[in-house]
Design a protein around this ligand. Structure first.
Ligand code: GLN
Length: 212
């Protein structure tokens, strides 16, 4: 099982290192063929306008949409969340539009360009999630199918999940926070082998599906 990390721009190396630190194989994705055989994809932080251009230049848009449609987990952090959003407040066209949220880019303004803060993400367990926010977006609207995973103290939404799509406004990969990556790896394993979730590890479904 391996997870792809979009590596056209941004802090992809930190995601690759985070996966490797938890024993998960991670591959850098620059071209459509790099997506072959991946069971999930991570979209890193960086500059969403640049990533938008490079996704189209390298023909990655449709293969990413196909991977998402197969049910594989797609995890976006910061600019990666902007790539996923169905709406970008202010009129920019959406990029992948896989997540039914509206995001506002650079939502914290110059005073708070970068900051760190703890939040509780109940599905990740008790310990606080330490978030590094760098010219971060915020989620201003969530659709009915979207679970809110985390908010800042003032109530602003900064982590969400809609089925196989997970997004954070902050960078867990810059804070030594591995629980999101573990969750993505678990979802990817379940995607490869639906029996895994119920503990039936040697169910024939596994052999059929991994033989593809
Ligand atoms: N400000 C960037 C953007 O709008 C996101 C910053 C980040 O990923 N740390 O694309």
């Amino acid at each position: 099982m391996k997870i792809g990390v979009l590596a056209v721009q941004g802090d992809f190396l930190e995601h690759v290192r985070t996966y490797r630190a938890i024993g998960v194989e991670a591959v850098e994705v620059r071209l459509p063929e790099d997506l072959e055989g991946v069971s999930g994809l991570t979209l890193p932080g960086g500059e969403s306008t640049t990533m938008r251009r490079l996704i189209d230049r390298w023909g990655l848009r449709q293969p990413i949409l196909d991977l998402a449609a197969s049910g594989a987990p797609i995890f976006g952090t910061c600019a990666g969340m902007i790539l996923l959003a169905r709406e970008i407040v202010g009129g920019e066209a959406p990029i992948l539009a896989l997540l039914d949220v509206a995001v506002r880019r650079n939502a914290f303004g110059r005073q708070l360009d970068s900051f760190e803060g703890d939040l509780t993400v109940s599905m990740l367990g008790d310990g606080p999630v330490h978030g590094v926010f760098i010219r971060a977006p915020v989620i201003e609207r969530v659709g009915p199918g979207v679970d809110i995973l985390g908010r800042l103290g003032d109530g602003r939404i900064v982590a969400v999940r809609e089925r196989n799509i997970i997004a954070t406004a902050f960078h867990p990969e810059l804070a030594g926070e591995t629980r999101f990556h573990r969750l993505v790896a678990t979802m990817a394993a379940e995607h490869d082998d639906p029996a895994e979730g119920s503990g039936r590890r040697h169910h024939p479904v596994r052999r059929e599906r991994t033989a593809r």
